[in-house]
Ligand binder design. Sequence first.
Ligand code: ATP
Length: 366
Amino acid sequence: MIHLISSLVRKPGRRITGVAGAPAAAVGPDEAASRARGPRTASPGKVAAPGGTSGTVALSVHHLTKRFGARAAFEDVSFEVGYGEVFGFLGPNGAGKTTTVRTLGTLLAPSSGSATIAGIPLAPENGVEIRRRISIMPEAPGLYQRLTVAENLECFASLYEVPVPRERIELALRAVNLADRAGDPCGSLSKGLRQRVALARALLPDPQVLFLDEPTSGLDPVAARDVHELIDGLRQRGVTIFLTTHRLEEAERLCDRVAILNTTLRIIGRPGELRERLFAKTLTVKTLVPLPDPGRVFSGLPGVDGWRQDGASYVIAISDLATATPAVTRALVHAGADVLFIGESRHSLEDVYLQLIDQDAEAGEQ
Ligand code: ATP
């Protein structure tokens, strides 16, 4: 699969789609049709960075806000994403993730703030130039149900003015393991298979920045793993991926950095950094039977700040792993404890996410 992906995507910085006015972002049929026409105010002279990949920043977002009437879908959001980065965008239902994608994908105008996408400022007059460099795989595949898989891709390849469409359609279908279903009507496909057609469509225009809105939603574990492999392959080729997902283990596995949005941006960083920022360092100790006097074992040890019992195990708050671990081990042996496990406590991205969203819910109740 990785080989196919290599054939499908450009090397970073190389521009393939060169047809003026060609819209490249993958969207549903209605949006695609209107976008193919381009904005009436298109003014190529105002494009700031016609070559696209200027600098190392693929997405730069400053104080961006989108309101629908009095309600803010997202507010005062700022972040940067580097070329070749897989950036996870997480948040609860209604947090503003899809609206952010639609705004950065030029489908919605922001209410305030600014952004640069693939080197081009987000502005109505730059819509066509931005769309040439990005692709969006929306949450709902939005395919023509009566057309076959191949006919759908032909239709979109033509709308996006994809050069050598037949070749790219073939590669895209093979990349998502759908070559043998090319002749099937999309209406006869399962949800997971339609999702794969949507991914193939998103790959057609050879995007520099690929927005994937919940790409594994509703997929079985094997199909989801295929999509993960596809994303890994795209990353290796330097494609920037903006991934919104509710699957936290997916974000932890795939993303270089993640942001958690809950209308405003709550936190941003590498998953490991977020764990360290939110959780104090602790050791977990499990013994065969409860210690008769745990206070005597754990108190006063170097590098140990405190302890608490957590069911059948003990959680030891530590200031320094290298000092505390041997000290705790020695103390347990000295106390004659039958130790089953001793090690640094692991917090998952899910722990980070739940901690932040719970804090928000508590703040909302007060
Ligand atoms: P989910 O995880 O459920 O898909 P999300 O994080 O993608 O949610 P959005 O779809 O971006 O959230 O919605 C953010 C907020 O903006 C919600 O309150 C939603 O109802 C509102 N919203 C989105 N689109 C519109 C619209 N076209 N008109 C009015 N309100 C909208």
